[in-house]
Design a protein around this ligand. Structure first.
Ligand code: 48F
Length: 259
């Protein structure tokens, strides 16, 4: 077969634009392809919901790739180990209730499971704003990361979604934009993002789960963003809370979508 560069280019364009166009109306739009976002997307797609993930970077996985300080192993406790084993990730005992897993295997397995369950992942796309109707978020405003990086004056596109998952990690970018642009109050004690506190792994792992909830009508926070929103601690390279948070937010939204 003679290769035709134009056919190659057209195949990419047609397929991509069909994919993007099909994701203009979603059940759940996930912002951030870190461990909590990927886990949430996977579990929701498994239940048959239409889910897309928007990730600013070229690579997906967020902070999961790098383990701790670039030593690409992660630590989980009993519950996190059970989740990883269930996903098919190899887990090693490190004694006294600690387990380790290869960060690359975790990231690639999670991403693969999400894709195979039907999640569409759009990397190199940044969420710069949200759509709001009557004090409820109804979708995302997206643009190419390259546009954002070059600070070009190019208008964005929009995606409608029944629910949004804010999984942007430490940055809490979705809630920051809601806080900055609206005079609406967040569902936190002060009505504002409480802000992340310094490292305290034990408390942080626990509160991540409690803080995984609706933070503005239509927007659920998961992962590190949950602790940053509700004013809890960071936990460093222990990742069980991220996976559990992803599962929890998927369960909460599934219940809402099924009501
Ligand atoms: O930071 P990240 O991995 O979030 P997470 O799921 O996990 C946190 C852990 O990695 C670790 C930790 C706990 O163990 O403290 O840090 O909470 O992934 C967040 C992803 O969101 C992307 C960002 O590039 C990263 O991959 N992101 C952030 N802002 C935007 C975004 C945005 N505005 N649009 C699209 N993607």
């Amino acid at each position: 077969m003679a290769l035709d560069e134009i056919k190659i280019s057209r195949a990419i364009l047609d397929r991509y634009f069909n994919k993007l166009s099909d994701c203009m109306e979603l059940d759940v739009a996930v912002v951030g392809a870190g461990p909590s976002g990927l886990m949430a997307a996977f579990r929701l797609a498994e239940k048959g919901h239409k889910v897309a993930v928007f990730e600013r970077k070229l690579s997906i996985g967020g902070g999961l790739w790098g383990g701790g300080m670039m030593f690409n192993e992660i630590v989980v406790q009993e519950e996190g180990a059970a989740i990883l084993k269930n996903l098919g990730v190899g887990v090693e005992e490190a004694g006294e209730g600690y387990y380790t897993a290869d960060a690359v295997e975790c990231t690639t397995t999670l991403a693969s499971l999400a894709c195979k369950a039907g999640v569409k992942i759009f990397n190199l796309v940044s969420v710069e704003d949200v759509m709001v109707r009557e004090n409820r978020v109804t979708g995302l405003v997206i643009n190419w990361t390259a546009v954002e990086m070059a600070n070009l004056h190019v208008d964005p596109l929009t995606v409608r979604s029944k629910f949004v998952i804010e999984a942007t990690g430490h940055a809490t970018e979705v809630l920051k934009v809601i806080q900055r642009k609206g005079d609406a109050k967040l569902l936190t004690e002060s009505g504002q993002i409480a802000g992340e506190r310094s490292m305290w792994a034990e408390v942080a792992e626990d509160t991540t789960l409690k803080n995984t909830r609706e933070a503005f009508p239509g927007v659920y926070v998961a992962g590190m963003a949950a602790n940053a929103t509700f004013g809890s601690f960071r936990m460093g390279p222990i990742f069980g809370g991220m996976l559990l948070s992803g599962e929890r937010v998927a369960k909460l939204i599934h219940e809402r979508l099924s009501a």
